[in-house]
Write a protein that binds this ligand. Structure first.
Ligand code: PRP
Length: 209
């Protein structure tokens, strides 16, 4: 049996569509109930919704053979897994943003609010800039607006949230999208089935684009 960890939420719904279009359907998975595990006996596959940030944990430890995680989460957690395919879904970018009228003083320690402390640390250490990281869980845009931080390192998709809060992008750090990841030993033993799944997902995705 192939076990699949899918990210619960907006990205998961988009990604599940790729699976169902490719013929991997799980009855009731999009119904708004609290059920988390779904099995398709005919396909010999089981999939479960997990918090997006936790997908690499399930895959790295082998509870899931494969999973779908945003590149943001892979950059942040650096899990010991194979990143096998870009599913070309959930495109967005990791960016540094500030208030429109913010003027940076490079001599000062920069206060950076983020949900991605490792990404922020790596980015600023590459620039040789000293920073003070403030780790938050969501609604990051509030931090510069209320003066808690100078900048945020966050995901930007349409840019609407930034605009509506009088913030703007200063720099882009990385392009992000959904990636298919695999447990290393599962890939050794179930590589053929995993490659077949990836082939079908990408094939159908290409047809959509
Ligand atoms: C993400 C991100 C931004 C927003 C960007 O938040 O943290 O706030 O989406 O999207 P946009 O550029 O299209 O406006 P999400 O909605 O996932 O919720 P969160 O603030 O709780 O993290």
């Amino acid at each position: 049996m192939i076990n699949i960890a899918l990210p619960k939420g907006r990205l998961g719904v988009r990604v599940y569509k790729l699976f169902s279009d490719a013929g991997y359907e799980f009855e009731g998975i999009l119904d708004s109930n609290r059920k988390l595990v779904f099995e398709n006996e005919a396909l010999d596959m089981r999939c479960f919704w997990v918090k997006p940030f936790d997908v690499p944990v399930y895959v790295e430890r082998g509870t899931a053979d494969i999973g779908v995680a945003g590149k943001d989460i892979l950059l942040e957690r650096s899990p010991d897994v194979y990143e096998l395919a870009d599913l070309k879904a959930g495109f967005c970018r990791m960016a540094v943003a500030s208030k429109n009228d913010f003027v940076d003083d490079p001599e000062k320690v920069l206060r950076v609010a983020t949900e991605f402390p490792n990404i922020a640390r790596n980015y600023y250490s590459g620039l040789g800039r000293e920073i003070d990281i403030i780790t938050l869980r969501g609604s990051l845009e509030l931090a510069p607006v209320l003066g808690l931080s100078d900048v945020i390192v966050d995901i930007v998709e349409t840019g609407t949230t930034l605009r509506e809060n009088n913030l703007h992008v200063i720099n882009y750090i990385a392009d992000l999208s959904a990636r298919l990841i695999a447990n290393k030993s599962a890939y050794k033993f179930k590589g053929e089935q995993i490659n077949e799944i990836i082939g079908r997902l990408l094939n159908n995705n290409d047809k959509d684009n």
